[in-house]
Design a protein around this ligand. Structure first.
Ligand code: 4PL
Length: 245
């Protein structure tokens, strides 16, 4: 029971990779807070997972929503140990079609959202001189995957920010690491033509098969656990060797 007595916020945990992480962390004793912008989905997932799991509707791009999330966690749980910054918009847009408004929308959720979460969470974690922040970036940062310029820019920001924030938070006993998943079989990827790349991507992977959300969970939970105490500012690439980064 690696997460007994630990309190974790997982953003975007209503579905996809975040939900898979929430389920396993809860099974290992953690109190899991699902912070999803889709309240219906977040609530349904919390009920499905059961135990001490609950959901707080959160828009990570909105400072007051992120502050309210942390207030409710402080009130209900009294502390915060772990944050998994998993939520993101996954667009599919040709460079020729991207407007500045599109760019701003993706950057506001996928990068500003991580900043806002880390700002509030690190302030709570500092009180106990303990914290684990795991940011979900993407292997598109290394690949320059098409139809994703704004997303790749945001995820590259998350990747670099992870290193810089690790430098700042080490003295408070807080580690900051990130995961770079490859293309994964999630609802978000089925909502766009990204799923059409599954076979092409599989051809480039060293290990064959199509990633399910659960495949990323062991790496994420290692970085979220006490076991990773000597690892910070680091990246684990969970993409079956697609990038061999
Ligand atoms: C390889 O994170 O990692 C498409 C869409 N292809 O969101 C991703 C790859 C996508 C990816 C991703």
């Amino acid at each position: 029971m690696r997460f007994m007595d630990r309190v974790a916020i997982i953003t975007g945990a209503g579905r996809g990779i975040g939900k898979a992480v929430a389920r396993q962390m809860s099974a290992e004793g953690g109190t899991v807070v699902i912070a999803d912008i889709n309240a219906e989905r977040g609530d349904a997932t919390a009920v499905d997972i059961g135990g001490s799991c609950f959901s707080v509707r959160t828009d990570i791009s909105d400072p007051s929503s992120v502050a309210a999330l942390h207030h409710s966690v402080a009130e209900r749980c009294g502390k915060l140990d772990i944050v998994i910054n998993n939520a993101s918009l996954v667009p599919y847009q040709k460079w020729e079609d991207i407007t500045f408004a599109d760019w701003r929308k993706i950057l506001s959720v996928d990068l500003d959202g991580v900043f806002l979460m880390c700002k509030e969470s690190s302030n709570m974690m500092r009180k106990n001189s303990y914290g684990r922040i795991v940011n979900i970036s993407s292997n598109t940062v290394m690949l320059g995957t098409p139809n994703l310029t704004h997303y790749v820019a945001a995820k590259g920001g998350v990747y670099a920010f992870t290193r810089a924030l690790a430098t700042e938070l080490g003295k408070y006993g807080i580690t900051v690491n990130n995961i770079c998943p490859g293309l994964t079989d999630t609802d978000a990827n089925w909502e766009t033509p990204h799923h059409e790349a599954f076979d092409l991507v599989e051809g480039m992977q060293a290990l064959k098969g199509r990633a399910k959300p659960q495949y990323h969970v062991p790496s994420i939970l290692f970085l979220a656990s006490e076991e990773s105490h000597w690892v910070t500012g680091s990246t684990v690439v969970t993409d079956a060797g697609h990038t061999r980064h």
